[in-house]
Design a protein around this ligand. Structure first.
Ligand code: SF4
Length: 358
């Protein structure tokens, strides 16, 4: 069946680590390999500026990638979801989103499953299998780019809690933003957290300076603890303090995301609590009407998407409190590729194309 990778994988190594791994090859050789990986070549044989014996030697000793696209699903709205099989048979999902201006965004996963257990999220019901390594995170981007070359933005809002996998994520970000390779702007990269205080503190102190979104959902502490148990170990007052500190140091606006659940967190008290939480921070509020997942319940009651009336009233109340509010478009529902719907990968069928694992 599946085997643990035996050869070291090169895809997720920042250039300095790659140069170290390829020693005694000179650094310029490592730079050449780094550039080829950024271009998404599928084998060492395509690295035409390396001599053939060197390509063969590298192929014997290393793997370029460790994952393959197992299946691809497309929604008529343009959203594409990839089911990706990892070297040990684990499956993760990555999504390509297209907005109204045809701008493409890659939504990537950082863990297989998620330990946070938010009650409204399919991934959360699955629990955590394991964290991904930097190559497994990077390869999601390369796989998506193999079907869409023009990806303008990256969001880490797929499966998992990015701040519980920060060391590997930092390596991936180093590869993504290195001007000698992919050269993506940090301003176009956002990570979304359920509110891991230690992780935000670490980001504030050591970067990288990517955008930060907090999946807040409600600022009513008691309700949030029931919807998002992570609140119990990361209380909202401390979370706010650390966000304030992050903003002072990084100088970037923070996004507060709120998944809206009918009759649960769209009350007057919720908009009041959210406005109070946001006060003193520079934020934009991004509302996400819950994307239905069958069979999900909260305290014995089936979760439902709020009505348009409920959503509009909630938005108005926030705007009256002076908050800038945006609303997430409904995208990818037809393929269970929308926010909160990931984690129901079907059994793997025929592999599709994309960078291949060696
Ligand atoms: S919403 Fe995010 S943090 Fe919460 S369980 Fe789902 S993937 Fe994890």
């Amino acid at each position: 069946m599946y085997h643990t990778q035996v050869k070291p994988v090169l895809s997720g190594l920042p250039l300095e680590a790659l140069a170290e791994t390829l020693k005694p090859l000179p650094k310029f050789r490592a730079e050449q390999v780094f550039r080829w990986i950024a271009r998404g070549v599928s084998s060492f044989q395509e690295m035409t500026n390396l001599a053939i014996p060197l390509r063969e030697d590298l192929e014997r000793r290393f793997s370029l990638y460790s994952s393959v696209i197992a299946e691809r699903a497309e929604d008529p709205d343009g959203t594409v979801k990839l089911y990706i099989r990892l070297h040990d048979g684990e499956r993760i999902e990555a999504v390509l989103l297209t907005d109204g201006e045809r701008r493409k965004t890659a939504c990537l996963s950082t863990q297989a499953g998620c330990p946070l257990g938010c009650v409204f999220c399919k991934t959360g019901t699955r629990g955590l299998t394991r964290s991904l390594d930097s190559g497994e995170i990077l390869e999601q981007f390369l796989h998506l780019r193999s079907i869409e070359p023009e990806i303008a933005n990256i969001v880490f809002m797929g499966m998992g809690e990015p701040l519980l996998n920060l060391p590997e994520l930092r390596k991936t970000l180093a590869v993504l933003t290195d001007s000698r390779g992919l050269g993506l702007s940090k301003r176009r990269i956002t990570l979304s957290t359920g509110g891991i205080i230690a992780g935000i503190r670490s980001l504030a102190a050591a970067g990288p300076e990517v955008g930060l979104a907090l999946s807040l959902t409600t600022a009513d502490s008691a309700l949030r603890s029931r919807l998002m148990p992570v609140t119990l170990s990361n209380p909202l007052p401390y979370l706010k303090e650390v966000l304030y500190d992050y903003q002072q140091r990084q100088g970037r606006r923070i996004t507060l995301e709120a998944v809206l659940l009918e009759g649960i967190n769209t009350r007057q008290e919720d908009s009041d609590a959210l406005a109070a939480f946001a006060s003193g921070l520079e934020v934009v509020v991004n509302l996400i009407p819950w994307n239905p997942v069958e069979g999900m319940v909260f305290e014995g009651r089936a979760l439902r998407e709020p009505s348009e009336r409920e959503i509009t009233a909630y938005i108005r109340r926030l705007e009256r409190r002076g908050l800038k509010v945006t609303r997430r478009r409904r995208k990818g529902r037809g393929i269970a590729g929308a926010c909160g719907q990931l984690g129901g990968a079907p059994e793997v069928r025929q592999p599709c194309s994309g960078p291949e694992a060696d």
